[in-house]
Design a protein around this ligand. Structure first.
Ligand SMILES: C[S@@+](CC[C@H](N)C(=O)[O-])C[C@H]1O[C@@H](n2cnc3c(N)ncnc32)[C@H](O)[C@@H]1O
Length: 227
């Protein structure tokens, strides 16, 4: 089994010997790959929707991996007990969904030693949530897969500074990641579009979101100019 670049980046952030939960597993590609190469001890593959749950269950049965990968139908981490796994992966879903999943299962979250996350949107919100909830980003990367850019990050329990780099990615910035300029340009494009829509309405400009958007645009432009 061969993974694409996005899933490979996620796989690289799962420590060897992990007991992992793959939340929103869909076809269970990630746990299947990691179990097949003997990288993980075991996995719980979770999906909230019956279709993806059935795909995952069938794929695991076909690969004769049911002793290593337990496929469960359920919402987020609610179908996992505290200390059952040490790593949770959430990929291919929105950042706000991830935050909701983490907030719904504080006991499970507290028993984890690592989170591996790939939000489709809202990575800055996820980083800010991690910072205020006692998590420290220890690894980050940007992957280009089939023409699209994806942010992938790993966090462990700990402290990290609350500063403007949470908008960008503290490790992406520290490493001057080669795809960071492209990512910032993409984000600036959509933020400027939203701002231009707000500027059509006097009421929207009195909304605190308007000033917030402008402040984020200034941060991103300043950082982009340094790359
Ligand atoms: C786009 S797929 C991503 C699959 C895989 N994680 C990946 O990155 O390739 C998102 C999956 O998350 C599932 N999902 C969304 N919200 C969920 C939740 N709260 N709990 C469990 N699964 C969820 C969806 O049913 C869907 O199968």
């Amino acid at each position: 089994m061969k993974l694409g670049d996005r899933l490979s980046a996620l796989a690289a952030m799962v420590p060897p010997g992990s007991r992992m939960a793959d939340v929103g597993t869909d076809h269970a590609y990630l746990p299947l790959y990691l179990a097949e190469i003997g990288h993980i001890e075991r996995a719980v593959a979770i999906d909230v929707n019956p279709g993806p749950f059935a795909s995952a269950r069938d794929a695991v049965l076909r690969a004769s991996m049911a002793d290593k990968i337990d496929v469960r139908l359920g919402n987020g981490l609610q179908v996992v007990t505290p200390n059952e796994v040490d790593v949770a992966v959430m990929a291919g879903m929105g950042g706000m969904t991830m935050i909701q999943i983490m907030e719904t299962s504080p006991d499970v979250l507290q028993s984890l030693s690592r989170l591996v996350l790939q939000p489709m949107v809202g990575a800055p919100q996820v980083r800010r949530w991690l910072q205020t909830n006692g998590w420290r980003i220890i690894d980050e990367t940007i992957v280009q897969d089939e023409g699209r850019l994806y942010e992938v990050l790993a966090a462990e329990p700990g402290q990290m500074e609350a500063n403007e780099l949470l908008e960008i990615g503290p490790i992406l910035w520290q490493q001057r990641h080669p795809l960071l300029a492209d990512l910032l340009k993409q984000r600036l494009y959509s933020l400027c579009f939203v701002l231009s829509q707000m500027e059509k309405s006097a009421a929207a400009q009195t909304n605190p979101k308007y000033q917030e958007q402008k402040a984020i645009i200034s941060i991103l432009e300043a950082k982009l100019a340094c790359l």
